[in-house]
Design a protein around this ligand. Structure first.
Ligand SMILES: NC(=O)c1ccc[n+]([C@@H]2O[C@H](COP(=O)([O-])OP(=O)(O)OC[C@H]3O[C@@H](n4cnc5c(N)ncnc54)[C@H](O)[C@@H]3O)[C@@H](O)[C@H]2O)c1
Length: 246
């Protein structure tokens, strides 16, 4: 079903998964506002998709920048129909090695930004009685982090809590709020932030026998963002290749 005329905001749009989400939402007909720290990659995506996208360079760890960027988006487009809170940074440090500074940085980008952006778009969604929020969590929230560290795993548990809490509050307003919990998606988080030994071990333990592809995550995101997913809210879609069922 077409999303023509819909305004979608995707954070971390220039990353491995973000790029696939942008591509899928553009294909569905939405105009996609891409938020990311990486201006050069945003420019490349703008050149590729032309008028179907807008790029907004922003540091999501900076609250003033984030709120200013979202205020400009709302002023320009009048509303946001679809928000995909996808931006995230990985830290593999376990408790003893995690500093408070690192904890706060990971939470600022992975969780606080999703809270602030959701808070900013929900009133407009409530007015038109239609909205979709999709939060990109992680299997680390459920596993405690096989290779992922303490701050990252806890921030992703927070994303699931934020999903439940926001969904509970918005069910009667035509808004759905759901999450995706992927594990080991082919991206720099897997190709660069795992050691060869960690990568080989995790691959050998995934029953499906391979890592997840970014396009598969994007497919789940666009499904949850679609009009026909309107009866699904407060759901967390696991994408872990059979590592874990619940
Ligand atoms: N790759 C995986 O295996 C995996 C597994 C589970 C969940 N996830 C989650 O999926 C999401 C996307 O991950 P990815 O693999 O595409 O990572 P990625 O590193 O390829 O992309 C992340 C994007 O976020 C942007 N970003 C980082 N800090 C930012 C900031 N302060 N302000 C604005 N933008 C910022 C980066 O510039 C980058 O474009 C993340 O939330 C991640 O935690 C990834």
């Amino acid at each position: 079903m077409t999303q023509s005329g819909k305004i979608a905001v995707v954070t971390g749009a220039a990353g491995a998964i973000g790029k696939s989400i942008v591509s899928a939402l553009v294909s569905s007909g939405a105009h996609v506002v891409m938020m990311d720290l990486d201006a050069a990659k945003l420019e490349q995506l703008s050149a590729k998709y032309g008028d179907a996208v807008s790029g907004v360079q922003v540091d999501l760890a900076n609250t003033d920048q984030l709120l200013g960027a979202m205020a400009s988006i709302l002023e320009k487009f009048n509303r946001v129909d679809i928000l995909v809170n996808n931006a995230g940074i990985l830290s593999n440090n376990k408790m003893a090695e995690t500093t408070l500074e690192e904890w706060r940085k990971v939470h600022a980008i992975n969780l606080d930004a999703a809270f602030l952006l959701s808070k900013a778009v929900l009133p407009g969604m409530a007015v038109v009685k239609w909205g979709r929020i999709v939060n990109v969590a992680s299997y680390a929230a459920k596993s405690g982090g096989l290779t992922a560290g303490t701050a990252y795993s806890v921030s992703k548990s927070g994303m699931i809590g934020l999903t439940f809490s926001t969904a509970r509050e918005t069910t009667a307003k035509g808004i759905t709020v759901n999450a995706i919990a992927p594990a080991y998606v082919m991206s720099p988080m897997v190709s660069e932030q795992l050691t060869d030994a960690q990568r080989a071990k995790q691959l050998s333990e995934i029953p499906v026998g391979r890592f997840c592809e970014p396009e598969e995550v994007a497919h789940a995101v666009t499904f949850l963002a679609s009009p026909l997913a309107g009866f699904i809210t407060g759901e967390v879609i696991d994408m872990n290749g059979g590592l874990y069922f619940d």
